[in-house]
Design a protein around this ligand. Structure first.
Ligand code: SF4
Length: 92
C-alpha cells in the first residue's frame, strides 16, 4: 500500500479537501485506487454494504485527512475494502 502514486497531491491544479476520499478525485486520478482494490482477492473483499458503511464512518472521523487515516497511515478505501481489516481505533 505504500507504493501508491501521490503525484496527484503535488499537482498545483488538484485540490483535495481534508474529508475527501480517493474516489472523490477525478477519474484520471483514481487509477491507483482501482489498481490496489483489484489486488485484493474477491474472497477477501468486504461486501458493498459493509464497505460503504465503513467509509461513511471514516468520512465523519477526525482522523481522516486527505483520504488517509492518521491513526494507521492507510488510505481508508484500501483498509475498508478488505473484509479482514479493522479500524485501528475500533470505530468499525
Ligand atoms: S479507519 Fe477508523 S480511525 Fe481511521 S479514519 Fe476510518 S474511522 Fe477513523
Amino acid at each position: 500500500m505504500n507504493a501508491v502514486n501521490t503525484s496527484a497531491y503535488s499537482m498545483e491544479n488538484v485540490r483535495i479537501c481534508k474529508k475527501c476520499l480517493l474516489r472523490d478525485l477525478a477519474e484520471e486520478d483514481q487509477k491507483d485506487l482501482k489498481k490496489y482494490l483489484a489486488a485484493i482477492k474477491p474472497e477477501d473483499r468486504a461486501s458493498e454494504e459493509v464497505y460503504e458503511m465503513r467509509l461513511g464512518i471514516c468520512r465523519k472521523c477526525e482522523k481522516l485527512a486527505e483520504a488517509t487515516c492518521e491513526a494507521c497511515g492507510c488510505y481508508v478505501e484500501f483498509r475498508a475494502y478488505a473484509s479482514y481489516s479493522r479500524c485501528p481505533v475500533k470505530k468499525w
